[in-house]
Ligand binder design. Sequence first.
Ligand code: THG
Length: 296
Amino acid sequence: MYVQCIAESINIMGARTGKAMKARDPGPIQQMANEEAANGGDFLDLNIGPSKKDGTNLMPWIVRTVQEVTDCPLSLDTTNADALIAGIKACKNSERNLMNSISLQPERMKKLIPVAAEAGCYVIALLWGVEGMPRDSNERAAMTVDLVAALNEAGIPNEKILVDPIATPITLGSQQVMSGLDFMVMLSEIAPGSKSTVGLSNVSNGVATEKRHYLNRAYLAMLMKGGIWSAIVDAYDEELIKLAHGELPNLVKVVHDIMDDNEPNPKDLTPKELEYYKTTRVLMGKTIFSESWLEL
Ligand code: THG
């Protein structure tokens, strides 16, 4: 199984690229784009945050800057709808790129859906409604039905839609994490042929930096059981990219066995497998989460 990796590091909050965006300095952004593509990024996320003031100038500038050095498809990421529109219009090969994202807010849908339909690009259907995030898999299902219907009506086929159920941090409890997973399994029935994505590092938000990778990796292996199509990831995590691209099947098997209630004996596992074993149990709520979960 191959999960498309949307590389997340070109980000207005990032130490290396944030300053370069504000100064319109192409060097650091082009360097990171080349690194992320070389590391196995299948799309490059260009995240300019809200950029309320100059988003309509900044997004097209970044698109051109990155497309000067790489043919890797792009994911244009901002809450500023006008900036997204300007960015999509600046893209070469617009049908290969990704609009991140369209949520269920009516003014956003009205502005963005016709532009995505016209460009023929992929779109992330973000399950964020007027009342905020969905609370369980049923709310996610209802939101998907509404948003996918609106996209289809404009002529965007399910094959171009990546539903994002919004991953929640483990610090909010494993029930929330597991409900996102339940939804992944339902998605193929709700919108046949549609694709999916999640912001993987959301799951480890608020956890000490050096421990976040373990949670992100095990969570990805869990999502693979639900057939996830893509994930927004740190392309500098080599092990994560290998996992996503199907090169670590033994680790994926450990995780899926636990999910199938076919628990391996921890005594039979390698140290690396044990890491995934312990972390999966935390994400599933079989072990209570604490920052020392790996030492237990
Ligand atoms: N779904 C969709 N889009 C998204 C998200 C999502 N876009 C934004 C976010 N979530 C995914 N992108 C990131 C980008 C960076 C980080 C996390 C998620 C991150 N950065 C490091 C940090 O903050 O510690 C390093 C920053 C730096 O470079 O200094 O964690 O859920 N559709």
